[in-house]
Design a protein around this ligand. Structure first.
Ligand SMILES: [Zn+2]
Length: 177
């Protein structure tokens, strides 16, 4: 018997967008040590979005229990939320750090223990010469979070879209050259 196409698939196709079939499924595989970076340049605004296994940032993957775990989590979140030195854009682009966020579902009430968890963070910069941006130094991030081994980056700029993987000991993500 032929399966009926749900109305929302038809609507999505009619609108010319791909239907999101698996709502709630993480966009990327959860591999400890592997971090996904989305880098978007929209006019002068540079937005870097990071999705990391919580293990790669905290060294554990559950809500902090002990005093030591709480301190580790607080310090890591504070660094991600306040520091513009984790990501250092190309000096030629003249970018200044504006704001950052960091959070994890594991830190919220009702988080299920014993499951994998991710950390989501973002950083925003304003760039005087965004067209000059061809590299971001990730050394600060790699130094601060030694469990991060590999960064898979998707870069979207006015010049096009790029995919790059950065693996230790490399520290600088480059594209478009
Ligand atoms: Zn995990």
């Amino acid at each position: 018997m032929k399966k009926l196409t749900p109305w929302w698939v038809i609507s999505a196709l009619a609108l010319g967008v791909a239907p999101v079939l698996a709502a709630g499924t993480p966009a990327h595989a959860h591999v400890h040590g592997a971090v996904q970076l989305d880098i978007a340049l929209d006019g002068p605004t540079l937005t870097i979005t990071l999705e990391a296994p919580l293990d790669s940032v905290f060294g554990f993957e559950h809500a902090p229990r002990t005093a030591a775990e709480k301190k580790t989590a607080q310090d890591a979140l504070a660094t991600l939320r306040t520091s513009g030195t984790l990501f250092v854009p190309d000096a030629a682009a003249g970018c200044t750090f504006k704001s950052a966020t960091a959070d994890s579902e594991a830190l919220h009430p009702g988080a299920k223990a014993g499951e994998h968890a991710d950390l989501d963070a973002s950083a925003e910069f304003t760039c005087a010469k965004p067209e000059q941006l061809r590299r971001i130094d990730l050394g600060g991030l790699l130094d601060r979070f030694p469990r991060v081994q590999r960064l898979q980056a998707q870069i979207v700029t006015a010049q096009g879209q790029f995919k790059q993987t950065l693996q230790r000991p490399a520290r600088v993500l480059t594209w478009g050259r």
